[in-house]
Ligand binder design. Structure first.
Ligand code: NAD
Length: 328
């Protein structure tokens, strides 16, 4: 396998690189190239220990650079497309970057797949494209109903992938995963933000009343699902990737407070996020039945490991938190 990983210096992309170099596919990886423009969210430190592998190389570049993308797609067989602007709050401040990277950038990869036949691409999308579901769980057949510039730009990528697969016969799969957590997640997302705030004895800013519900999966489980889909997934198909574990933001915060030996006084309610979806929940029956994927990592155990990681890797998150433009 010659694999191109876009956005491989980000949170999930770097976890995917680490995972595929040590899981059951490791011996079939002939070459792995990471294409990343190193935005504020991209960090070469996320790839330490993997860049020394002779099969791995890093290309500093933008997915919107069509000649670069064309050249890289032509020399690989499998593309796992993570590169994106990924933070909802930032999308409320500057939607145009999201449109540029998440839609125009995805189109540039799809156009290269038309020219270079016989390649497979996984487009890594999100449960947020379904919008808020008051009850029940979203299946792959449900209509898209995104409500933020982030989720609508991702949903646009989903639609482009599905349309290109059907119009041009290219081999593209779309995955829609729930919220990820784990090591190396930029400390603006709720779990690393709250864990690092508590390590610093600071408050947890909770949007609205904290009733919003999210489904959570450990990043290693997500990456294992993607590896399975590279081999077993069917072209043109959409796969939800969930854990079935949902929790409100308030209950999650209380869990973190307990795990870090703090009390409720650290909770600070702040004005709600504009257009804040109430609940996401995925029906993951398809990937379980057709691909045989089941989550391994229980939320409490995964969270415990994640807290320990942030506790022991201050030198990773402190400079990022100090240099990051606060959007929350
Ligand atoms: P991230 O923000 O941590 O990483 C994104 C990476 O993409 C960064 O390394 C960044 O430098 C790179 N990038 C951004 N714009 C680029 C461009 N124009 N060209 C090349 N590289 C560029 O994001 P993440 O949390 O790792 O998410 C990865 C993917 O998974 C995204 O597509 C996201 O929509 C999707 N996803 C994320 C979650 C989650 O909970 N984090 C859940 C479901 C789906």
């Amino acid at each position: 396998m010659r694999i191109l990983v876009t956005g491989g210096a980000g949170f999930i992309g770097s976890a995917f690189v680490r995972n595929i170099l040590r899981n059951e596919l490791k011996s079939s990886v002939e070459k792995l190239t990471i294409l990343d423009s190193l935005t504020y969210a991209g960090n070469l430190q996320n790839l330490e220990n993997t860049l020394s592998d002779k099969r791995v190389s890093f290309v500093h570049g933008d997915i919107r650079d069509r000649s670069l993308v064309d050249r890289l797609v032509s020399s690989h067989d499998q593309i796992v497309h993570f590169a994106a602007e990924s933070h909802v709050d930032r999308s409320l401040h500057s939607p145009s970057t999201f449109i540029e990277t998440n839609i125009v950038g995805t189109a540039s990869l799809l156009d290269a797949l038309i020219i270079h036949a016989g390649k497979r691409m996984i487009y890594v999308s999100t449960d947020e494209v379904y919008g808020s579901v008051a009850e029940g769980r979203s299946t792959e057949k449900d209509p898209l109903n995104p409500s933020s510039p982030y989720s609508s730009s991702k949903a646009s990528g989903d639609l482009l992938c599905i349309a290109y697969a059907s119009s041009f016969g290219i081999d593209v799969l779309v995955t829609r995963c729930c919220n990820n957590y784990g090591p190396y997640q930029f400390p603006e997302k709720i779990i690393p933000l709250f864990v690092t705030n508590l390590l610093d004895d600071c408050a947890l800013p909770i949007y609205g009343t904290g009733v919003n519900i999210r489904e959570w999966i450990h990043v290693d489980d997500h990456c294992r699902a993607l590896s399975l889909l590279l081999v077993k997934g069917k072209a043109g198909q959409i796969y939800n990737i969930g854990s079935n574990f949902t929790i409100s933001n308030l209950a999650l915060s209380q869990k973190l407070l307990m795990m870090l030996s703090k009390d409720d006084q650290y909770i600070e309610y702040v004005a709600d996020r504009s257009g804040h979806d109430f609940r996401y929940a995925l029906d993951s029956t398809k990937i379980i039945d057709e691909i045989g994927f089941v989550c391994d990592i229980d939320f409490a155990a995964g969270l415990d490991r994640t807290i320990a990681w942030y506790r022991h890797n201050e030198e990773w998150w402190r400079p990022l938190k100090a240099g990051s433009t606060r959007v929350r």
